[in-house]
Design a protein around this ligand. Structure first.
Ligand SMILES: *Cc1c(COP(=O)(O)O)cnc(C)c1O
Length: 374
């Protein structure tokens, strides 16, 4: 058995005393979820309007410090609207990392845009500002309408660096902050550097609404547009159904927002638990040569949405072996996503050299990260 697997089993079965399966990430409901959801059922406010949506948005603004939050059905929808509001239209191109969850690329595609992939930094697992700059210089004259930076597993990208490159090239920056609720960069929550940012509340994220997302922006006008477009572009009126453009029905149901309000109340505790779990993992793997735990960079505070082990050398067979061995012992591990440029739909997209992306994809193992007490 691989020494990584042996230590994972010893930690979860021994130290933690876990008896059942240990999932990669499972939601935890220990707050007021039942009360708030029951309240929706008792009052009949389960659907497209209701007080929990407003409250959820206000809580998000409060937590992130970003002035406006607009709740939507999922993170992919949030990204699509962010890109649309940044001006992305059919025939445009959107620059993003290849190492991301498929939603980042799909959101651009659904708007009729083409993806362009740029390499990441090993330090942050996010867009490399130097590679981004080179790419934008080489692509001069192409219709590049936006850059999306994604905060992998909650680790903030070099936001100052990426934002400076975007500003220099006059391209709007969008933050895919789906994984980084609770993570900050130089003391400021992620989501402030982009013109707009997207959050996700899918069932496997740090807190969940069942399914859900949100658009963040400091720009009042963009926030108003986001709300209007995601609620069918209906002109407010007591009984008339007038719509002034082609909108989307992307609003988050009140039922989901109710769950979200209860979850946001415990976000700080969940971040603390994940950080504590990280301290345990750091000890478990401290003296094991050839592997290291992904730790937060100076100037950042990480929510540790998913903990990650990195092998020193690319070794896809070992990654596979650990995942299978651990899985057989009921401990769920996972490789990182297949990079976008290796998927059939995105294989022909323009891209820069991707050596770090390729290397990380053959070295990374996500290990159990649920927000449980440890
Ligand atoms: C989860 C996630 C999203 C959004 O996913 P949804 O399932 O649509 O909420 C977007 N980008 C990244 C990087 C994600 O991890």
């Amino acid at each position: 058995m691989d020494e990584i697997t042996r230590r994972l089993i010893e930690f979860w079965r021994g130290t933690q005393g876990a008896e059942g399966p240990v999932p990669l990430h499972a939601p935890v409901f220990e707050g007021r979820e039942w009360d708030y959801v029951k309240d929706c059922l008792d009052t009949g406010w389960v659907s497209s309007v209701g007080a929990y949506v407003d409250r959820f948005e206000a809580m998000l603004a409060e937590i992130t410090g970003v002035r406006h939050a607009v709740a939507v059905v999922n993170g992919t929808a949030a990204l699509e609207i962010c890109l649309h509001l940044a001006g992305v239209k059919p025939g445009d191109q959107v620059v993003m990392p290849s190492l991301t969850f498929i939603a980042t690329a799909n959101a651009a595609s659904h708007l009729g845009a083409t993806c362009r992939f740029v390499d990441i930094e090993e330090r942050t697992l996010g867009l490399d500002p130097a590679r981004l700059d080179e790419h934008l210089i080489a692509a001069k004259g192409q219709p590049i309408a936006a850059v999306v930076a994604m905060h992998t597993f909650g680790h903030p990208v070099d936001l100052d660096g990426v934002a400076a490159v975007c500003a220099r090239h006059g391209v709007p920056l969008i933050e895919d902050a789906a994984e980084s609720l609770g993570s900050s960069y130089h003391g400021q929550h992620t989501g402030h550097h982009g013109r707009l940012a997207a959050l996700s509340f899918n069932g496997n994220k740090i807190v969940t609404t069942g399914g859900g997302g949100a658009i963040l922006t400091n720009d009042a006008e963009l926030a108003k547009r986001a709300k209007h477009l995601t609620t069918t572009a209906k002109v407010p009126h007591p009984y008339r159904f007038d719509h002034d453009e082609v909108g989307w029905n992307y609003r988050l149901p009140n039922l989901n927002a109710a769950l979200g309000c209860a979850q946001l109340e415990v976000l700080d505790e969940y971040v603390a638990r994940k950080r504590r779990l990280g301290d345990h993992y750091a000890r478990v793997f401290a003296d094991l040569p050839g592997v290291r735990l992904m730790l937060e960079n100076p100037g950042t505070t990480v929510n540790y949405w998913l903990h990650a082990l990195l092998l020193d050398q690319p070794d896809p067979a070992r990654v596979e072996r650990v995942i299978q061995e651990a899985g057989a012992a009921g401990i769920q591990c996972r490789p990182v996503w297949t990079p976008m440029h290796q998927l059939p739909m995105y294989g022909d997209c323009p891209r820069g050299p991707l050596p770090v992306t390729q290397s990380i994809a053959a070295r990374l193992i996500n290990i159990p990260s649920s927000p449980v007490a440890s």
